[in-house]
Ligand binder design. Structure first.
Ligand code: GCB
Length: 604
């Protein structure tokens, strides 16, 4: 019987709407499955770093026509005049050049405050190899990127601090390829982060770009870690093709571990082998060479093995209580200012953290580069890694949620093999509301579904209690494993010396990290300890806060705000700030302030 004969036009409309909705949600779901090659630096890569030609395009004239419709012959076509009468009103060859990786704001004075579109173009030759696939891999572009190769759109990406890749195998030619990227860092209310942040909105291709060549059947992703009972090394390897019976080898030569397994029909192989590795810890950040092979491909990673968990109000690393002596860090370069662009700059910042006596860094407020995370791990610094769900983003907006979830997924995807990373942070100082609770609750569920071997946290405000007694009863305390608290006693409220008397009550049986405290000082500016902006004032803020912290028995760590002064468009006090948030313990030129030594003393 034909059921459709009994359907009214109204029913048909409902059915069509339902079908469209389903298509829409399937589309969304697929979009959320971030495909990302793990550990690209161990692959066959060709760098695209260096000078790129650029065109600054505030009106997006290279993209929209005068009717504000996307045009077919945009700047991504990189056209040239072919005869003297041709009208082409742009030319990458005679315009500006900018360094990649790098932000544009600190490379050209005219771009210091610029927020909008810049077109980047880079030409290259390419030696095609049989049976190989080539991806263009961007470590980060802030904030939106549209990527074109030889005039064809290969993909788009949103989010300023997470990597993305596109398969460009079929578009590559032997000579004169041109890669054009439309980069747009306009702030948007619905974006993550939103329009309002306390850091500079550095635009550009801020991290490295690579061409990655891999065999058609290659290892796409893997996870190698210590089991929670600390008796096994376990994990999985997944191939680029969904094919069963492919042989996979996982070896850790130093442990004489050599495991051979085969893929299932999803192209994925699981493994679990008895092992007793030396455990990764700040005192001995042991990393093992791990070699994975499948077909024609062999890749090497350096992986540490550890467990991280909580027991009541304690954090346990490898089963033992640990206090997280930390510092917060923005990804801003020492000395030159602007975005960090090299592993060397990461090492300078992290060495300063080591000098402070840290075993922990809070990488605020967005995923830092893979270099930063790997360098921290090598130095024995535990890492708090965060997504820019910051202040008042649009918690009611489904697209904002999808965006945040994708950034979270990519962060976990990229760094899941880093033993150094112990905490995923899903938010910073978010306002109380049902919409926010549901937003963060969903993010937490997602994070746990992707990775159950780390702790979840968020930097929260205290919303109840008085100046004298602060009470931790934020609903998010229920959701996270470790409660981060940002609290500026002695700076945004109260005189510094009164902070000693502040007491803390935790309504949750969970560890608390004081994820921010501090105050501002201009390096070299001296005076009384009650004079704002002097090093002595900042020193007093640290001194009395530390006295307060010492009395909190559920305190499991601290990451004061912040290692180094950093640029912020909210800091207008010309004589002192000059566009810098001055809460650094070190100036942007690397000079230590008095409070550096106060914290160092505490960490001893
Ligand atoms: C905060 C924010 C941080 C700011 C800091 C400040 O609570 O989390 O992003 O930079 O305060 O200096 O006000």
């Amino acid at each position: 019987m034909n059921h459709l004969r009994f359907l009214t036009p109204q029913d048909m409309r409902i059915l069509i709407t339902l079908a469209l909705c389903q298509l829409f949600f399937v589309g969304l779901a697929q979009d959320q499955q971030v495909k990302l090659l793990q550990n690209i630096k161990s692959r066959n890569v060709q760098t695209l770093d260096g000078l790129w030609q650029v065109i600054v395009d505030p009106l997006e004239n290279g993209y929209y026509n005068h009717r504000y419709q996307p045009k077919d012959n945009g700047y991504f076509q990189n056209r040239k005049m072919e005869s003297p009468s041709d009208l082409i009103e742009y030319d990458f060859d005679s315009d500006l050049e900018l360094m990649v990786p790098g932000d544009w704001n600190t490379q050209d004075e005219k771009l210091y405050y610029y927020e909008g579109t810049v077109w980047y173009k880079r030409s290259f030759d390419f030696k095609k190899q049989k049976d190989m696939s080539t991806f263009v891999y961007f470590e980060a572009v802030n904030y939106e990127a549209k990527v074109y190769l030889n005039g064809t759109l290969v993909g788009e990406h949103t989010g300023g601090f997470t990597p993305f890749q596109f398969d460009i195998t079929d578009l590559l030619q032997a000579e004169d390829n041109f890669l054009v990227v439309k980069v747009d860092n306009k702030r948007k209310r619905e974006a993550v982060p939103t329009v309002n942040t306390d850091w500079w909105n550095y635009g550009g291709i801020t991290r490295s770009v690579h061409l990655v060549n891999v065999p058609k059947t290659h290892i796409e992703d893997y996870s190698v870690r210590l089991s929670s009972d600390r008796k096994h090394i376990e994990g999985w390897v997944s191939l680029s093709v969904k094919r069963s019976g492919e042989k996979i080898t996982i070896s850790v030569p130093e442990l004489k571990l050599n495991e051979v397994t085969v893929t299932d029909e999803q192209g994925r192989a699981q493994f679990k082998v008895s092992a007793k590795p030396k455990l990764w810890a700040p005192s001995d950040p042991k990393l093992y060479d791990v070699i994975l092979s499948a077909g024609d491909e062999t890749i090497k990673d350096e992986i540490g093995f550890r467990t991280i968990e909580t027991r009541g109000t304690e954090i346990l690393l490898n089963g033992e209580g640990v206090f997280l002596k930390g510092i917060s860090i923005h990804e801003e370069a020492p000395f030159k200012t602007g975005r960090v662009t090299s592993a060397e700059e990461c090492r300078i910042l992290l060495n300063w953290a080591k000098d402070l006596g840290c075993n922990f860094v809070r990488l605020a407020h967005y995923p830092h580069s893979e270099d930063m995370v790997r360098e921290a791990e090598k130095m024995g610094l535990m890492v708090w890694s965060e997504i820019p769900v910051y202040w008042t983003i649009l918690y009611e907006n489904p697209e904002t949620y999808q965006n945040a979830e994708k950034q979270l997924t990519t962060m976990i995807q990229r760094d899941k093999n880093r033993a150094g990373v112990v905490l995923w942070s899903i938010a910073n100082e978010t306002p109380l509301s049902d919409a926010r609770n549901s937003f963060l609750g969903r993010l937490a569920t997602k994070a746990r579904s992707l990775d159950d071997s780390r702790l979840l946290t968020a930097a929260l405000d205290t919303h109840s209690g008085s100046f004298g007694e602060r009470v931790i009863d934020e609903p998010m305390g229920e959701v996270v494993d470790v409660i981060g608290i940002n609290n500026y006693c002695g700076w945004y409220y109260q005189d510094p010396e009164k902070c000693v008397d502040v007491t803390w009550r935790n309504t949750y049986d969970k560890p608390m990290i004081m994820s921010e405290f501090g105050g501002g000082a201009l390096q070299g500016y001296h005076g009384n300890s009650n004079e704002r902006w002097t090093e002595e004032y900042q020193e007093a803020v640290y001194k009395y806060n530390i006295e307060m912290l010492k009395k909190i028995d559920f305190l499991a760590g601290t990451s004061p705000w912040i290692l180094m002064d950093f640029r912020s468009p909210r800091r207008h006090l010309k004589k002192i700030q000059k566009d810098f948030n001055r809460k650094g313990l070190i100036s942007e030129q690397g000079q230590r302030k008095k409070a550096f030594y106060t914290l160092q003393e505490y960490y001893k």
